[in-house]
Design a protein around this ligand. Structure first.
Ligand SMILES: NC(=O)C1=CN([C@@H]2O[C@H](COP(=O)(O)OP(=O)(O)OC[C@H]3O[C@@H](n4cnc5c(N)ncnc54)[C@H](O)[C@@H]3O)[C@@H](O)[C@H]2O)C=CC1
Ligand SMILES: O=C(O)[C@@H]1CCC=N1
Length: 264
């Protein structure tokens, strides 16, 4: 199906849409002359060899695969019909039923990449309607493997849950890093030194997890065994509600994913 596959991306001037387009080009899944990209206002800043348009219906009519990457609040006004087309939506919260009804296509995928698609390191859960063929599912897998790694799910409830854990995910280590930097600088540590420290600890921990393929809880246990500084810190963090705060945050994202879909 790929090679001469024509791909259209609505919202390609945005953060995630642009990251996906770059990943598709880097992986050779599409060539620039087979890309049709849309933007709402201004001038395109990237992908000069692609065809840019402001006419989303013309874009949908011109391509084999349509990717919708506008914000959920912009979905109701989009009004694009894509009967007979394969469509991938990366919008948080908009469920398969609404996508099928709005687009007029039965071949729809809901996917939740994250911001790390920009560096080909997104984990992307996705779910497809039964109408997708095995070949189309392989294509969807290839697209999200180009953005990092991916997993096809069986239930939309899992996708709603993972909208927080995976889609919003990079924001949470960033939140931890912000709290650590704030504390360090309040204790007189130079801001640039603190920034380097938290950046390397996030990158380094991620690499260790990848290398060991281990349950993160084992890493925590190994550190607790020293009964030293780390155990003192973890004990104090847990006594102050660390686990409960993370759980409440993920539950809030799960509920928001469902409620956004009802209101958007
Ligand atoms: N940024 C992220 O980390 C993630 C984003 N998402 C989802 O991806 C979607 C896009 O998010 P971002 O790229 O972050 O937002 P963004 O605001 O950077 O990009 C959205 C783009 O869509 C354009 N747009 C809006 N209406 C349009 C229309 N009618 N025609 C053409 N273009 C139009 C906007 O001008 C903007 O450039 C959202 O639905 C979001 O829920 C999902 C997971 C992660
Ligand atoms: O925050 C949101 O609503 C989604 C998930 C990450 C970006 N957009």
């Amino acid at each position: 199906m790929s090679g001469s596959l024509k791909i259209g991306v609505i919202g390609a001037n945005g953060w995630l849409g642009g990251a996906i387009v770059q990943a598709l080009l880097d992986a050779g899944i599409v060539s620039p002359e087979h890309l049709v990209l849309s933007l709402r206002s201004g001038e395109p800043t990237r992908f000069p060899a692609a065809r840019w348009t402001r006419d989303n219906q013309d874009l949908a009519d011109s391509v084999d695969l349509l990717i919708v990457s506008v914000r959920p609040a912009d979905w109701p006004a989009l009004g694009v019909r894509a009967a007979g087309k394969l469509v991938i939506s990366v919008m948080a919260g908009i469920g398969l039923e609404r996508l099928i009804a709005g687009l007029g296509s039965e071949r729809v995928v809901r996917a939740l990449p994250n911001a790390a698609a920009e560096v080909r390191a997104s984990f992307t859960p996705w779910i497809a309607t039964p109408a997708l063929s095995a070949e189309e599912r392989r294509l969807v897998g290839r697209i999200f493997e180009a953005c990092g790694t991916s997993a096809q799910l069986e239930s939309e409830r899992e996708l709603d849950y993972l909208t927080g854990l995976a889609g919003s995910g990079p924001a949470f280590p960033a939140l931890l890093a912000t709290a650590m930097m704030r504390h360090a600088t309040a204790h007189g540590i130079d801001a640039e030194v603190a920034r380097q420290a938290v950046t390397h600890l996030l990158v380094g921990t991620g690499r260790l997890f990848e290398k060991n393929g281990d349950d993160p809880a084992n890493t925590v246990e190994v550190f607790l065994d020293y009964r030293g500084t780390t155990a003192a810190a973890i004990g104090a963090m847990r006594a102050n509600g660390f686990d409960e705060a993370v759980g409440a945050g993920l539950a809030a994202a799960f509920h928001k994913s469902i409620s956004m879909g009802l209101s958007a």
